[in-house]
Design a protein around this ligand. Structure first.
Ligand code: SF4
Length: 491
């Protein structure tokens, strides 16, 4: 999972790209990078949070009015400095690219690039492969001079990418002397939104980003979503060219709404906050039907992604919402921290139960999802240790049964609790008095009920095993899981 942004502006973009990284920090905390260009490419990238990577001195070197940024949370490739995006190549033009997603035919493409196209890959990153594949398709003996011709060349190149590159990819790219290029895979699995603002001289500035979380701060007006299969090109004079090159079904990731996106974001023209409220409503209805005799005294979210759903859940049940678990926000999200040992250790440091809210009460814990199950089990134990009379557990997301190969770092199937246990077994494992998962239909309804959206069916492959790009079978699962474990172990 990553965050990307691309900005075309009438003024220097470096500071706004930095702000974009800050506003997308929740999408990736392992590394960050910015590339801009004027007459040359300028890059600054490194491991860690944005505030650890950038400073006044290195920001000053990022000159230019067009640029891209990237927040990294690795789902493919290793964890070294060399894997930090954006990637760039000097042939042809000088092209830099930042990518959010995951290519499922990475190995075939890497083979083609190194053997057929004689290009050198310096990392195991699928984004580097995508950059070189794109660059090779733009390579011609007669480089186009004007923007229309260049857009024609881009259309041909990106159409080929859409045909041959499998998986999920939202992309922002800069091409020296040409401008900003943006495209999104034909099913729009990973998010990509767009915005505009007046530059005060009768022209416009443009932003494209994984989420619109920075638009307000930077003065951009949201202009909806980059459509699946769409290519957008902003040339150096600010002329915009766009074309939807391929039209397939629109299958954006449902897990963005459950967990990843910031609640104030609007993705695919659907408000994340509102969808989470609806998740809570639907789950509360289901709870009342299934357990009419079990009414909790309070509803406590496992902070903080579940807060919104817990709020509406409590409201529908007519019981009190309580912040009975205090979260220390200076410790990273457990789902993001690599390694089981760190994950286990961090729960107690991260969450502090408030005894006054818990003792002698029937407590409903609401979580956004259960992945491995360890954190949920520890939370239940903490509540019991702090005197809860009964503990119920509700989950805004249905059981996560299969790994994600489209850009979210899910564990392998053997590590997913719902990949190995049924709901009764999970209830027993968690040692709760009652457990309720959201039904898949109710989750889809919560996400698609409102909004001026074009979603056909969200991707739910991690929930229902239906990999929407039709690119995954048992052999591919085994190949991808092996690669993921290899990457994790620093191979
Ligand atoms: Fe999102 Fe799950 Fe699909 Fe991955 S498999 S893109 S996490 S819905």
């Amino acid at each position: 999972m990553c965050g990307i942004a691309g900005i075309y502006s009438h003024k220097s973009v470096a500071a706004e790209l930095y702000d974009s990284i800050i506003h997308l920090q929740h999408r990736g905390q392992d590394a960050a990078g910015i590339m801009t260009y004027d007459d040359r490419m300028h890059k600054e990238k490194g491991m860690g949070l944005a505030k650890e990577v950038f400073n006044e001195t290195n920001m000053e070197l990022l000159t230019g009015n067009i640029g891209i940024s990237h927040n990294r949370y690795p789902t493919h490739g290793g964890f070294s400095h060399g894997e930090v995006q954006p990637f760039w190549t000097s042939v042809p033009y000088g092209i830099a690219l930042a990518h959010n997603g995951n290519l499922t035919n990475y190995q075939d493409l890497a083979e083609e690039i190194t053997h057929k196209d004689s290009r050198y890959l310096n990392t195991n990153s699928d984004s580097e492969v995508l950059l070189h594949y794109f660059a090779d398709l733009l390579h011609t003996n007669n480089p186009p001079e004007d923007s229309e011709e260049f857009f024609y060349l881009l259309c041909n190149a990106v159409t080929k990418i859409f045909k041959h590159v499998n998986g999920a990819y939202s992309v922002v790219s800069i091409v020296i002397g040409k401008g900003l290029v943006v495209f999104r895979d034909p099913q729009g699995i990973r998010p990509l939104v767009k915005g505009e603002r007046s530059n005060g001289n009768g022209g416009k500035d443009y932003i494209f980003a994984s989420e619109n979380t920075m638009f307000y701060a930077l003065g951009f007006e949201p202009k909806g979503t980059v459509l699946p299969g769409e290519l957008i090109y902003v040339d150096e004079a600010g002329n915009v060219f766009n074309k939807r090159l391929v039209k397939k079904s629109f299958n954006p990731c449902i897990f963005e709404y459950v967990y990843f996106a910031r609640p104030d974001a609007t993705l695919n023209d659907v408000s994340v906050y509102r969808s989470r409220l609806r998740m809570g409503q639907n789950l509360a209805e289901a709870w009342k039907k299934k357990h009419p005799e079990k009414t909790p005294d309070i509803v406590i979210p496992a902070p903080s992604t579940a807060n919104t759903a817990a709020l509406s859940f409590a409201h529908e049940l007519g019981v009190r919402y309580s912040e009975g678990l205090y979260k220390n926000t200076f410790i990273g999200r457990t789902f993001i921290m690599p390694g089981q040992a760190e994950r286990k250790k961090s729960v107690k440091y991260k969450l502090v139960p408030q005894e006054l809210e818990i003792r002698d009460k029937k407590v409903m814990i609401m979580d956004d999802s259960i992945v491995r199950g360890n954190t949920s089990r520890e939370i239940v134990r903490m509540l019991k240790d702090f005197g809860a009379k009964e503990v119920y557990f509700s989950v805004a997301c249905p059981p996560v049964k299969s790994p994600c190969f489209y850009g979210v770092d899910m564990p392998t199937k053997s590590e997913l609790i719902a990949g190995n246990m049924n709901e009764v077994e999970i209830e027993n494992y968690l040692e709760v008095d009652a457990l309720l998962y959201q039904k898949i239909n109710d989750l889809v309804e919560a996400v698609t009920r409102k909004g001026d959206h074009h979603i056909d069916t969200p991707c739910m492959a991690c929930l229902d095993g239906n990999y929407v790009a039709n690119d995954i079978d048992e052999a591919k699962i085994s190949e991808m899981e092996t690669m993921r474990v290899h990457d994790r172990n620093g191979g």
